[in-house]
Write a protein that binds this ligand. Structure first.
Ligand SMILES: [Zn+2]
Length: 445
């Protein structure tokens, strides 16, 4: 059953109230290639084959340890790049980190596959950590297969690279394989710092961590959902900015939440796909992940994770106790499910890498009036803009108006500002939509 032939709704070409030409209102459908469950399984199997991928494990053994695993990942990017005339540049970045989980220091290295877009500076990042662990986070020698946590995420990133390398995008896509996650999110911190140092304009960061099982703790099976975690109050904003957000009611519409909502929208267009659960937290309760260093620097970032985690199969020494099997082995995984999570990631990359950047700033006004006026900053390369709004008691956008050309303001008649949330996205000529920037009060510059 070809459930992964994805008709991606890039955009409703004319969502304006009046669409005289019905053809103009037809969605732009782009067929995307299907993720391959056997391909994903082959990559997870290869990673499990390195015995352990603990960050402090051997880097000199050609068959075992984190060094061999990273070299393998670099080779996979090179192989994929070879099929598209070298469209993927492989880069390895490294830094020494010290902390409670590496008291004498450890060199953390990330393997990057960079697919240059028409704009080398605007970047979409998809990443996953390759390091693994057992019960004792300091144990760098015991077998730690890390099949689901997180060979699943790395296989997804490689599959996305394989599928998208045949196409040219507006934005540059950075496929990232992190190390040092279990010791302190260090590989992600390294790439976030690198993005800032290089002046990248990061439109989105997708972190995939534990994305390949459907049987959760106690045997519960959830095969039709995936969780997408996003922050509400922004880690990167100071108290003054947070107070402004509070006054505007913008807690549910920051860039990271906008990304999660966009992913939910994209996933709905994939037949036979998964229901996205917009988890309104930065990560699981009291836990963290590789998207967080990006959030700290103000980049929109989310974490994908399975709907039902199985803690007997995470961070465990391989053993059987009273008939219960512990350990993160490949038997606990579901590859057709992982392929579906991959399909959502791929479709998200396509949309965001095809769209212009989101508007930097959107402001609304209309106090003591029945109408709301909306203004936004122009986005280079945008063919138009989509104004979205909803009543304050709704969680997702309900109304849209497309504005073509270079207009950067409009008035919503009989839409009272007090009871309405408004946002604006930028559109490409092909109809691909950026993330939605939430409208607040006009900022003094
Ligand atoms: Zn993990």
């Amino acid at each position: 059953m070809p459930i992964f032939a994805i008709p991606l709704l890039l955009a409703a070409a004319a969502a304006a109230p009046v669409a005289a030409d019905p053809a103009a209102a037809a969605p732009v459908v782009t067929r995307l290639p299907a993720p391959s469950a056997p391909r994903l399984k082959a990559d997870v199997t290869a990673m499990v084959g390195f015995g352990t991928r603990h960050t402090a494990s051997t880097t000199t053994d050609p068959r075992r340890g984190i060094g061999a695993a990273r070299t393998w990942a670099a080779r996979r990017f090179t192989e994929i790049g070879a099929t598209c005339g070298g469209c993927i540049t492989v880069e390895r970045i490294a830094r020494n980190f010290t902390g409670v989980r590496a008291p004498t220091g450890v060199v953390v290295e990330d393997v990057l596959g960079i697919q240059r877009g028409r704009d080398p500076n605007r970047v979409v990042i998809i990443g996953a950590h390759i390091d693994s662990r057992v019960t004792d986070v300091m144990n760098a020698v015991s077998d730690a297969p890390g099949a689901n946590d997180n060979a699943s995420g790395v296989a997804l990133v490689l599959e996305a690279a394989r599928l998208l390398s045949q196409r040219q995008f507006d934005a540059t896509i950075v496929y990232a394989v992190f190390s040092g996650e279990e010791q302190g999110l260090w590989g992600a911190e390294l790439l976030a710092d690198t993005a800032k140092a290089r002046g990248w304009q990061v439109s989105a960061m997708l972190n995939n961590d534990i994305v390949g099982n459907t049987v959760g703790q106690g045997g519960i099976r959830v095969a039709d959902k995936v969780r997408v975690f996003s922050e509400g109050i922004r880690a990167s904003e100071d108290l003054v900015a947070q107070q402004a957000r509070r006054a505007e009611g913008g807690e549910d519409d920051g860039p990271s939440r906008a990304l999660a909502k966009s992913i939910d929208d994209i996933a709905r267009g994939i037949p036979g796909g998964l229901d996205v659960m917009i988890d309104r937290r930065p990560d699981r309760f009291g836990r963290g992940g590789d998207h967080e260093p990006f959030l700290k620097l103000g980049y929109p970032a989310v974490r994908f994770s399975v709907a039902a985690e199985n803690w007997d199969r995470q961070h465990q020494d391989l053993r059987t106790e009273k008939g219960v099997v512990f350990g993160d082995t490949i038997e606990g995984m579901d590859f057709p499910y992982l392929a579906k999570v991959t399909a959502i990631n791929v479709a998200t990359l396509v949309r965001i890498a095809s769209a212009p950047a989101a508007p930097d700033d959107v402001s609304i006004a209309g106090a003591l009036s029945r109408d709301t006026s909306v203004k936004w900053t122009a986005v280079p390369g945008a063919a138009g803009y989509r104004v979205r709004w909803r009543r304050n008691d709704m969680a997702t956008w309900t109304d849209t108006r497309d504005v073509t050309g270079t207009e950067t303001e409009t008035v919503l008649v009989q839409v009272p500002v007090d009871d309405t949330f408004v946002g604006v996205s930028a559109l490409s000529a092909g109809g691909a939509e950026s993330l939605v920037t939430f409208g607040g009060r006009e900022r003094r510059r």
